[in-house]
Design a protein around this ligand. Structure first.
Ligand code: TYD
Ligand code: MG
Length: 456
């Protein structure tokens, strides 16, 4: 049989070309042509083939007449992962897990599979390691006796052929960059291979109701290779992240058709695999004997769970022409903006100072609720005066120097009260009417000068 001819598709406009070139002749975009297999030609004038999805033939229905079935979810055995998935695995759903090499994706999945294989048939396909290596890892994790099917194969057609008779309810492919389709000549890991293989696997998942998990490596730019294409094809995209030196790992949903996004699950890497951290507030606070200068504790609310994190700042006279502004955790651009607001509305000039800001435990805080904690920690370091013990701070700062409310104020305050904090500096609109929650005294502020005064 003749080999399928390949075509080159522009990723920007979708035009197909018989040959590769640097520029798309149709839309003029550069470097957007990728090799692809042409769709099978449809017979002209032929009847529309019946499309089948599951057992029901498609028909047009009224939205308000649809009675959705309860989506049964299979718990993964790891509650932190269930939280991120929105309550467990949905049959027929496709999940992409991205993360740097060595962060613990294979470890997490093997732990999960070992637990789940007790209840449902599961298949782990690895394209990166030999089966002996998988066994050694399983031994280390203490799950080598799990009733789990494993396979080391990189050809997607063979993976599907071998998976079908096993009828797994869960299929894990580690990683999508190592698998290839025989229909394409390009190397595994190229955009066209990643896209073609992922779409074959996703079709298999949808047709058989198998939950599919694809592992994806992250490129230097921080996105999963074949970025847009893959993220569109799957139902859920999870990122596994950590600071290089930290043993804590955070798994985050950035897209989820079956749950909330920005939900976080926290794990700690140990000598025997990943351990769940069910009370993450405790790990993101450093234990000081007494209050120290340059430290502020805030409550972040990434996803549905409020979490206490410590923001640290160091302000030091700069030897450089352009003093440094370094932010690990929050965003550097935002730090520069906050320092400008501090100067303009707080009257504190740090133009000749280096400013470093860090979040303890390597946590990445992207919310604007961190603004007030960043500014007050910076001020505290600059003045070399601690902010005070058992103090919690959160709030967004605007360019006009106003302190804006943040979502979930009451939950944040309740979390702080639970951990024994006694004073809270928060946006006025987030302050409860009673003025306190238990032992937690609330200091509402509406402008930056008020907040600076509150920590005099
Ligand atoms: P791995 O799961 O192989 O990462 P990925 O699949 O994301 O590339 O994780 C490997 C790292 O985890 C490696 O640096 C060793 C470490 N590790 C532990 O610290 N403890 C363990 O029990 C295991 C299995 C791995
Ligand atoms: Mg791996």
């Amino acid at each position: 049989m003749a080999k399928n001819r390949t075509v080159f598709v522009c990723e920007s406009c979708g035009a197909t070309h018989p040959k590769w070139s640097g520029q798309c002749a149709d839309c003029g975009a550069w470097n957007t042509l990728v090799e692809s297999v042409p769709a099978a030609p449809s017979k002209p004038g032929g009847a529309v083939p019946p499309v089948r999805f599951g057992d029901t033939a498609p028909r047009v229905e009224k939205l308000n007449a649809i009675r959705p079935r309860e989506q049964p979810r299979t718990p993964t055995g790891l509650s932190e992962l269930d939280r991120v998935l929105g309550g467990g695995l949905v049959p027929g759903s496709a999940i992409l897990i991205g993360g740097d090499p060595g962060i613990g994706k294979s470890t997490l999945l093997l732990q999960m599979l070992a637990q789940m294989s007790a209840d449902i048939p599961a298949l782990y396909d690895t394209g990166e390691e030999s089966l002996e290596q998988v066994h050694l890892r399983a031994q280390r994790l203490g799950v080598a006796d799990a009733d789990l099917s494993v396979l080391a194969e990189t050809c997607v057609e063979r993976i599907l052929a071998l998976a079908k008779p096993q009828a797994p309810r869960l299929l894990v492919v580690d990683s999508i960059q190592t698998v290839f389709s025989q229909a394409l000549t390009s190397a595994p890991g190229s955009v066209s291979q990643v896209r073609e293989c992922a779409s074959m696997l996703v079709r298999f998942a949808k047709a058989t109701g198998t939950a599919l998990i694809l592992v994806g490596h992250v490129t230097k730019e921080g996105t999963i290779a074949g970025p847009r294409v893959l993220e569109h094809m799957v139902d859920t995209v999870l990122y596994f992240e950590a600071e290089a030196s930290s043993r804590f790992r955070v798994i985050r949903a950035v897209k989820n058709r079956f749950g909330a996004v920005n939900e976080l699950g926290v794990f700690a890497m140990s000598a025997t695999g990943l351990k769940q951290v069910t009370n993450p507030s405790a790990i993101f606070l450093s234990r000081h004997e007494q209050a120290v200068a340059g430290s502020a504790v805030m409550v972040t609310r990434e996803g549905s769970r409020p979490m206490l994190v410590e923001v640290q700042a160091l302000v030091d006279g700069s030897q450089l022409h352009n003093p440094r502004r370094v932010a690990l955790g929050p965003d550097s651009q935002r730090l520069a903006m906050l320092l400008a607001v501090l100067h303009r509305h707080g009257g504190i000039a740090l133009g000749d100072q280096d400013v470093f800001v860090n979040v303890v435990g390597g946590m990445r805080v992207s919310e604007t609720a961190a603004d007030l904690a960043v500014v007050l920690a910076t001020l505290s370091s600059f003045r070399d005066r601690p902010l005070g013990e058992r103090l919690i701070i959160f709030g967004e700062i605007g360019l006009a120097g106003e302190i804006r409310p943040v979502p979930g104020g009451e939950e944040r305050l309740a979390e702080a009260a639970k951990h024994g904090f006694t004073r809270a500096i928060v946006p006025k609109a987030n302050a409860p009417r009673a003025g306190r929650i238990g032992k937690l005294e609330i200091v509402p502020v509406s402008r930056l000068p008020d907040a600076i005064e509150a920590v005099q």
